[in-house]
Design a protein around this ligand. Structure first.
Ligand code: GDP
Ligand code: GDP
Length: 460
């Protein structure tokens, strides 16, 4: 039986929306099972390379025969009992409510794997709720937007070891007969153990002909990507796991790498959609440029996409073997990069040759470092000393005579790092001041190459 995830939470937090996003139209035919009352909905979910069953407690609101809280509790307990793990959703815009606390209580007492999701977290309206969600005592909340598909990579990252762990346990009991294309490259390893360190999730994106397949094949050490199944291949990103000179990585492939016979406008357009798919499931994104034509519009769009999706970014300039003016070129590239992509300030820029293999060691180190920074957590005490210094050095403005007070801050999340600053009149703080803080965080805590999120939360 596949891994089962129950989506639980009070009405209106977005359970059905998330269920629909994960399941699409692949609803399981569970309604046909005789003698089963259908108040739990089930479906086969897809999330990147992961396949599992989701259970949703939707339909709650129609209950008339008993009190809503009682019915909710009963359904939740049943869903939870039927599942391997549960995803507890709160509405980040509404913050933590008394009903949420009741749910948290049920889940805490039951133990087992609970993933806390703060839904409706798109934009900044969810920052307060996200910070509050820590207080539920269920670990780090994952900001999600079921409606806009945000946070799905973080969700996948948390689920991957659980889903793979379950698959591993079952492989031990019965030999696997059904090989999924997504699991390519893993079947030779035998059963997987739940405790195994997770490979770093990597995507290589870039324009057609930048050298993505050449690079990935070099990392894999053999011609593997281009020899995969051809016909009827799924449109989802597929992944290959490998050991990159001692670094376990899972590389997300894009269709653009596999099919390159028709280099047309259509393919150019497609490659951005492909890049997006790969980016969503990656932790670190390598934006691969062609040294002969760096920073074209499409490159900038792809890099910006990776930043907006909150991935760690490493820029690699390929075909360096062809370049005669190496040092001058590298300087010029660094400068263009700073002006064209200020949102990724300080991201590592590495010159490589996918063809000869030169520079790949440095690329690997840059990837590991970017991943570390992306996961970094800064202690609250240090942050607050830092905030006091920043404010002393450059006090925030006083619009209409009201000084904006920045009271304290904390790091609300990692992957990428996100900070909440409690202040008076958050809506009046100029964008330039926010940039001052973000750039300061980046420089003072040495966080190059990762998007940094900063939320202002009102506290008067
Ligand atoms: P359920 O009762 O928990 O199953 O919640 P629904 O999935 O029915 O969602 C309740 C409402 O929240 C609907 O109007 C959704 O469109 C909305 N909603 C769901 N997810 C999001 C989200 O990520 N952002 C925002 N802003 N609204 C959402
Ligand atoms: P993709 O479309 O991004 O996957 O690009 P490919 O990997 O298919 O490479 C496009 C072309 O660039 C091919 O002809 C490669 O042989 C060539 N190429 C890739 N990497 C390098 C490199 O480091 N140096 C040189 N000179 N050519 C390269």
């Amino acid at each position: 039986m596949s891994f089962r995830l129950a989506i639980v939470g009070r009405p209106n937090v977005g359970k059905s929306t998330l269920f629909n996003r994960l399941v699409g139209r692949r609803l399981a035919l569970v309604d046909d099972r005789p003698g089963v009352t259908r108040d739990l909905r089930e479906g086969e979910a897809r999330l990147g390379p992961l396949r599992f069953t989701v259970i949703d407690t939707a339909g709650l609101e129609e209950a008339t025969d008993e009190s809503l809280p009682g019915r909710m509790r009963r359904l939740t307990e049943r869903a939870v009992a039927e599942a391997d793990a549960c995803l507890f959703l709160i509405d980040a815009r509404a913050g933590v409510t008394a009903t949420d606390e009741v749910f948290a209580d049920i889940l805490r007492r039951r133990g087992g794997h609970v993933i806390l999701g703060a839904n409706k977290a798109e934009g900044q309206a969810g920052a307060a709720g996200l910070a509050e969600a820590w207080g539920l005592g269920l670990g780090e909340p994952i900001p999600l937007s079921a409606e806009h598909g945000e946070g799905m990579a973080d969700l996948a990252a948390v689920l991957a070891p659980l889903v793979e762990g379950k698959a591993g346990e079952e492989a031990e009991e019965a030999p696997q007969t059904d090989v999924d294309v997504d699991e390519e490259g893993e079947t030779a390893e035998g059963p997987r153990v739940p405790t195994r360190a997770r490979p770093l999730q990597l995507a290589v994106v870039g324009r057609p002909n930048a050298g993505k397949s050449t690079l990935v094949n070099r990392i894999l050490g053999e011609e593997r990507l281009l020899t995969g199944p051809e016909a009827g291949i799924t449109r989802d990103a597929i992944s290959v796991k490998t050991d990159w000179d001692g670094l376990p990585v899972r590389i997300f492939d894009t269709a653009g790498m596999r099919k390159k016979a028709r280099v047309t406008d259509k393919l150019e357009k497609l490659s951005v959609a492909d890049a997006l798919r790969a980016v969503r499931f990656a932790e670190v994104v390598v934006v691969l440029l062609d040294a002969a034509t760096p920073f074209e519009t499409q490159d900038l769009r792809i890099a910006d996409l990776a930043e907006r999706e909150g991935r760690a970014v490493v820029v690699a300039v390929n075909k360096w073997d062809m370049d005669p003016e190496k040092q001058a070129k590298l300087r010029a590239l660094r400068e263009s990069f700073e002006t064209l992509l200020p949102q990724l300030r300080g991201a590592p820029l590495v010159a490589v040759s996918a063809r000869t293999g030169k520079g790949l060691d440095r690329l690997r180190e840059a990837v590991v470092q970017a991943h570390d920074v992306w996961n970094r957590r800064i202690p609250t005490a240090r942050l607050n000393r830092w905030l006091a210094e920043m404010v002393a050095a450059h006090p925030p403005p006083a619009p209409g005579g009201h000084r904006i007070r920045l009271r304290y801050m904390t790091q609300a999340k990692t992957r990428p790092p996100g900070f909440v600053v409690m202040c008076s009149h958050p809506d009046k703080l100029p964008e330039a001041y926010r940039r001052y803080l973000v750039n300061g965080l980046r420089a003072d805590f040495d966080m190059p190459g990762t998007p940094i999120r900063l939320w202002l939360r009102s506290q008067s």
